[in-house]
Ligand binder design. Structure first.
Ligand code: PHE
Length: 513
């Protein structure tokens, strides 16, 4: 049995007890050990087949406070009887209360004793006993339960429980038997077969610990999605929901042609300065735009010519910029400054498609990927960010219809109350900056840029006059920083990122409106 203070091995004690008699009952043999201790020891022994056990469940009754009181002082009715037995001439109600010292016990006891016919009323309105002695059955019952924790008559147990004098608890204990590998000692179990054991031959007599297939696996410290990827997943879902097709954005390097010229960005535009755009030094230039697969039958020569003309002299009803357009400038390689270069290539491909009416079919494209800008790095700007971009090509689009579309699109991210501000992009007209009222900041915050692509851009690539294309872009970083409460972008990207922060962040759900 337990020797307090001295560390003991319950498993060894169980083995010793079993060698004297088997089976044993855990509750009897180890009354001081807890359920958990016994269970752990038994499982250890059972895994080695040294012992076996059955689980026994029994109901145990204990006294509630009122039951304790009855066990100590007698039932209420017996106490009233006793008070009256001691008073020769009977007692009034008030006198009974005084004798017992508890108004409610006196009241309950009196009516119960009356029902039992232990007491009666005198002519004077007092109470007196009707017998010399009574048997306080309730007290005997609770006393029995107090010592034996049960009672032979289940009806009595149920009744006392109903009267809230006793309560029941399920108690689990074990009947323990010797197992096939019973012994008094627990042999040391090897967990690994080592080279030494093979050399010395110790493996022949060693006992190996069996595999525990029920063990929970160790923490795998698995990878985690970066917060930007979580928000990205949510954005992608919204685009897919609205019928958009994802554009292939797997190229960071573009020629000036795709990044700027095809977008009607003049070659003197400040965005093309070294301060704004990263130029590739090796190799410095790209080849002229052309088909990248044999299936691509588009006339790139014509496209190149159209772009040159629309910049230099104007075309398609535009007077152009009227400057000498440089093919070399157009072939310089840049780190793309926006994913609109990809949209442009996709729209150019769309121009070659023919629907039933012989015209390019309506299309919806999106992408979410990295873009690079030569910016001064600060708390909210890095030299690169992820651009979320969408374009819609269709016939007879109206600006009003597109504002409605923006309401739905941003509404799906919980961004509401949109406002538009006229803006300027070389490739869109009209252009609109999109603002939303931010409740936390109590002001309008800019969320994106948008516009109707210019005919100079669309007609150069061969899209028909009646087709309009609307586009918009926003950064992935801004909504992510707002979502995760990050104020410094270096906490989100780069070598200062806390990996625990990345790992512990929950999946994100943009609040739906
Ligand atoms: N390219 C723009 C930007 O960098 C976004 C945009 C895309 C604007 C398409 C209009 C149309 O912000």
């Amino acid at each position: 049995a337990a020797t307090d203070g001295v560390p003991r091995d319950l498993a060894l004690e169980i083995l010793a007890a079993l060698s004297e008699s088997s089976p044993i009952l855990s509750a009897k043999t180890f009354p001081k050990s807890t359920f958990t201790e016994i269970k752990a020891a038994l499982d250890r022994l059972a895994s080695r087949e040294m012992t076996k056990y059955d689980t026994l469940e029994r109901e145990e009754y204990t006294l509630e406070p009122e039951g304790e009181q009855i066990a100590a002082n007698g039932s209420h009715e017996a106490r009233v009887f006793e008070a009256l037995r001691q008073a020769m001439d009977g007692l009034t109600v008030q006198e009974i209360e005084k004798a017992i010292g508890d108004k409610s016990i006196a009241k309950l006891g009196q009516s119960k004793a009356f029902k039992e016919k232990w007491i009666s009323r005198t002519k004077e309105g007092k109470f007196k006993t009707t017998a010399d002695a009574i048997k306080d059955v309730t007290r005997e019952q609770v006393q029995t339960i107090k010592t034996t924790r049960t009672y032979p008559d289940v009806k009595v147990l149920a009744e006392l429980k109903k009267r809230k004098l006793v309560k029941m608890q399920k108690v689990i204990s074990f009947r323990i038997h010797k197992g096939p590998k019973f012994a008094l000692e627990i042999a040391k179990e090897e967990t690994d077969l080592t080279a030494d054991m093979l050399v010395s031959g110790a493996w022949k007599t060693a006992t190996f610990k069996p595999y525990n297939f029920k063990a929970l696996g160790a923490d795998q410290n698995a990878g985690a999605l970066h917060p930007l990827n979580k928000v990205r997943a949510e954005f992608r879902q919204i685009f897919f929901e609205m019928g958009f097709e994802e554009m292939p954005t797997n190229k960071f390097v573009e020629s000036g042609f795709w990044n700027f010229d095809a977008l009607f960005v003049p070659q003197q535009h400040p965005a093309r300065d070294l301060q704004d755009t990263f130029y590739i030094s090796d190799p410095k230039t790209a080849g002229k735009p052309g088909p990248i697969s044999p299936n691509d039958k588009q006339d790139y020569e014509q496209y190149w010519e159209n772009v040159r003309q629309v910049h230099e002299n104007g075309k398609f009803g535009s007077i152009g910029y009227r400057y000498p357009w440089s093919p070399d400038e157009s072939l310089r390689l840049v780190l793309r400054t926006h994913t609109t270069s990809i949209s442009t290539a996709m729209l150019h491909k769309l121009a070659a498609k023919k629907g039933l009416d012989g015209l390019p079919p309506p299309a919806r494209y999106f992408s979410i990927d990295r873009v690079f800008r030569n910016e001064t790095v600060d708390a909210t700007h890095l030299a690169e960010f992820h651009q979320v971009e969408g374009v819609i090509a269709d016939y007879n689009l109206t600006l009003g219809g597109l504002m409605e579309f923006m309401d739905i699109f941003f509404g799906k991210m919980g961004i509401t109350d949109l406002r538009y501000k006229p803006a300027y992009n070389p490739y869109t007209e009209p252009s609109m900056e999109i603002f939303s009222y931010h409740q936390g900041l109590d002001k309008l915050v800019e969320i994106g840029n948008s516009g109707m692509f210019r005919p100079e851009m669309l007609e150069s690539m061969g899209l028909p006059k009646g087709m309009n294309v609307f586009g918009w872009g926003l950064s992935l970083e801004r909504p992510t920083m707002i979502k995760y409460g990050i104020s410094n972008i270096r906490e989100l990207l780069g070598h200062k990122v806390d990996l625990n922060f990345i790992q512990r962040n929950p999946a994100v759900r943009l609040d739906k409106s």
